[in-house]
Design a protein around this ligand. Structure first.
Ligand SMILES: [Zn+2]
Length: 199
């Protein structure tokens, strides 16, 4: 594995967008779902990592499975309010989230947007005119990596800041993330290189 995302000639490569999973990447995941803002705990370094992407002019798009909505554990308007607060705190820290896309469905609904299905990435592709080969997906679960892989993202980064080790499941699926790193801060350093922003 290379130390950062590079073109074949070795020059730093600026992604058109970076897709971030939410729970286990930006904030601490919970087996009981994160159903209120009072349960939302930023993981160390995640806010600064989003700020670094913004400073490098790389759009950040959050894509999150929220089956808690279909399960009746959180009301849609509460989720909207949580995301408004998340956006506000990110902005206060000098970062920007271009969009937060969520799948509200139950795993049994068979929708096209619940990761590992690629629906949210295709929605972003359509909305923002992205070439998905020029994007990177970052997540803590096998479903995140499988989603990025299946959608044709140019890179996938597995972070180990979630509650489970995704590697056995990925091995079973025969999918290899391009990088495996500790957390979002390390993932962003992988994208930007140690110097920060690509030129
Ligand atoms: Zn869905």
């Amino acid at each position: 594995m290379s130390s950062s995302w590079r073109n074949k000639d070795g020059s730093p490569r600026r992604p058109q967008a970076v897709f971030l999973d939410r729970d286990g990447v930006i904030n601490r995941d919970s087996p009981d779902y994160v159903t209120a803002w009072s349960q939302f705990r930023f993981l160390p370094g995640s806010l600064a990592a989003i700020t670094a992407l913004t400073a490098a002019d790389i759009p950040v798009i959050v894509v999150t499975n929220q089956s808690a909505v279909a399960r009746g554990l959180i009301r849609p308007e509460t989720l909207t309010d949580m995301h408004r607060r998340l956006n506000r705190i990110v902005r206060h820290n000098g970062g920007r989230i271009q969009a937060i896309l969520h799948c509200p469905h139950h795993p049994d609904d068979g929708c096209g947007c619940r990761k590992p299905q690629p629906g949210m990435l295709i929605e972003a592709q359509t909305r923002y005119g992205l070439d998905l080969k020029q994007t990177i997906m970052i997540g803590d679960r096998a479903s995140d990596i499988a989603c990025g892989h299946g959608a044709g993202c140019g890179g996938t980064i597995l972070v180990r800041s979630g509650p489970q080790d995704a590697r056995p499941e990925l091995a079973r699926l025969g999918i290899r993330p391009d990088w495996i790193v500790a957390d979002l801060a390390a993932a962003v350093q992988t994208i930007l290189g140690p110097q920060g922003a690509p030129p």
